[in-house]
Design a protein around this ligand. Structure first.
Ligand code: ASP
Length: 462
């Protein structure tokens, strides 16, 4: 007999069906037992006599007949609330131990480490299941939207060389080349620019980015996902318009209950944002208590440089006056290039930050495509000759016909967190790393074996 999904039972009243799924709830009324059976499509009530004892969350097979519920027993809160299954045969396929925590509620009050340790159970929770499913709908929508506009989805290496975005690198030792290390990409920034040199003109990727920085609520430790986008022959205006229409359509299609507070999205110069709101990611919601309001905004006209500090990893670690405000590939505003030599602090960058309800949910820029400007920026951020060499491949690539280009990278985790009204990005990730850097379920970081270390010629110093 073929399997029927719980959601399909409404169309099968009077028919015999085979259902497979998890026991969500058991209500034992002596002779009669009620079982709420859950599968990927929903939940249905099953009822039978002399049903063998079964623990909740066990996987079972139920053979039975779909029947209409009497009018007064219809459950309007359940999609299948008009029907129920009269159990004829009940088989336990895999019984479940007692849950380490309840799955019924929203789970916010359960200790995070425990939720992460049993993440495969935590994900059975309705709220979590919905978050992960809607995230998949969002990525499908974006993929379709972009590919239908000539964008090419291209993967870029994970084992690579440093691409500084202002954080510490994760290093991976090379076994084949003694003493050398790969860095995990803080973003695909250099590769996507090289893809513009290669002539693709329109690129995107759901890119995993790795940054060894301290975790925060709106930032997962270690890794996160960006919708990485790059385009050739575009102005900043083109990028802003593309992203605005993409996300507007996304919200209208997938989140019809949400309202975008202002269209076109306000564009706020960085200086104004700082003066008026005291920060560069203002929360422009009209009613901050309205869970359905989405206040998108652009912040533009950032200074190209900020003052360098010890926290600016890589960029000479505090030895120069300037650090890039965005990253070192961001182009200076054409009107301000003249100040690069005289007063770099006056130079605005062609950077754009995407802000949503007070969170920075993306950033990007028009890039430098003139080797001499790039070299000037390297100099100002205090690169040694040695450090400059690390980026020679970019200057070389730019000497073979580079189109003017630019892009952006909205952060998927943060975007989903805000749209879903979740308090942390970890609530919209299937297997997040905990705030102490512990991975979900699998116990990492963990020790390497003596053998592995020997092969890598690495010694762990006590
Ligand atoms: N690579 C940048 C980032 O990760 C985004 C961009 O400039 O497109 O923030």
């Amino acid at each position: 007999m073929e399997r029927t999904l719980t959601s399909e039972t409404l169309k099968k009243v009077g028919e015999k069906v085979k259902l497979l799924g998890w026991v969500s709830v058991v209500r034992d009324h002596g002779k009669i037992t009620f079982i709420d059976l859950r599968d990927r499509s929903g939940i249905i009530q099953c009822v039978g006599q002399n049903v063998p004892k079964v623990s909740t969350e066990s996987v079972v097979e139920i053979l039975g007949t779909v029947s209409n519920r009497p009018e007064k027993l219809v459950n309007p809160n359940l999609e299948t609330g008009k029907v129920e299954i009269q159990i004829e045969k009940f088989t336990v396929i895999s019984s479940s131990k007692e849950m380490p925590f309840p799955l019924g509620g929203d789970g916010y009050d359960i200790e995070e480490l425990v939720r992460c340790k049993y993440r495969y159970l935590d994900l059975r929770r309705k709220r979590m299941t919905q978050n992960i499913r809607i995230r998949s709908k969002v990525t499908s929508f974006l993929r379709e939207w972009l590919t239908s506009r000539d964008f090419v989805e291209i993967e870029t290496p994970i084992l690579t060389k440093t691409t500084p975005e202002g954080a510490r690198d994760f290093l991976v030792p090379s076994r084949l080349q003694y003493g050398k290390f790969y860095a995990l990409p803080q973003s695909p920034q250099q590769y996507k620019q090289l893809l513009m040199v290669a002539g693709f003109e329109r690129y995107f990727q759901f890119a995993r980015c790795f940054r060894d920085e301290d975790p925060r609520k709106d930032r997962a430790y270690g890794e996160f996902t960006q919708l990485d986008i790059e385009m050739s022959f575009v102005t900043q205006e083109d990028i802003l318009q593309l992203v605005e229409s993409m996300f507007t359509e996304l919200v209208n299609k997938l989140f019809p209950n949400k309202k975008i507070s202002q269209t076109p999205w306000p564009r706020i110069p960085h200086k104004t944002a700082k003066e008026k709101y005291g920060n560069d990611k203002p929360d422009l919601r009209k009613d901050k208590n309205d869970p359905d309001e989405l206040a998108f905004a652009w912040v533009i006209d950032f200074p190209l440089f900020t003052e360098q500090s010890k926290e600016d990893f890589f960029y000479g670690s505090g030895s120069a006056k300037f650090a890039p405000s965005h990253h070192m590939f961001t182009a200076p505003h054409p009107d301000d290039i003249k100040f690069l030599d005289t007063d770099p602090s006056k130079v605005r960058g062609l950077q754009h930050d995407l802000v949503l309800n007070g969170f920075e949910v993306g950033g990007g820029s028009i890039r430098i495509h003139q080797p001499e400007v790039q070299e000037k920026v390297f100099e100002l951020i205090g690169f040694s000759e040695e450090q400059k060499k690390e980026f020679n491949h970019m200057l070389t690539a730019f000497s073979y016909g580079v189109p003017p280009h630019g892009g952006i990278a909205p952060g998927l985790d943060r975007l989903m967190m805000v749209i879903q009204g979740e308090p942390s990005v970890r609530e919209v990730m299937a297997f997040p790393t905990s705030s102490s850097g512990q991975t979900s379920v699998l116990d990492a970081p963990s020790r390497a074996t003596e053998e592995q270390l020997k092969e890598l010629k690495i010694k762990v110093i006590k």
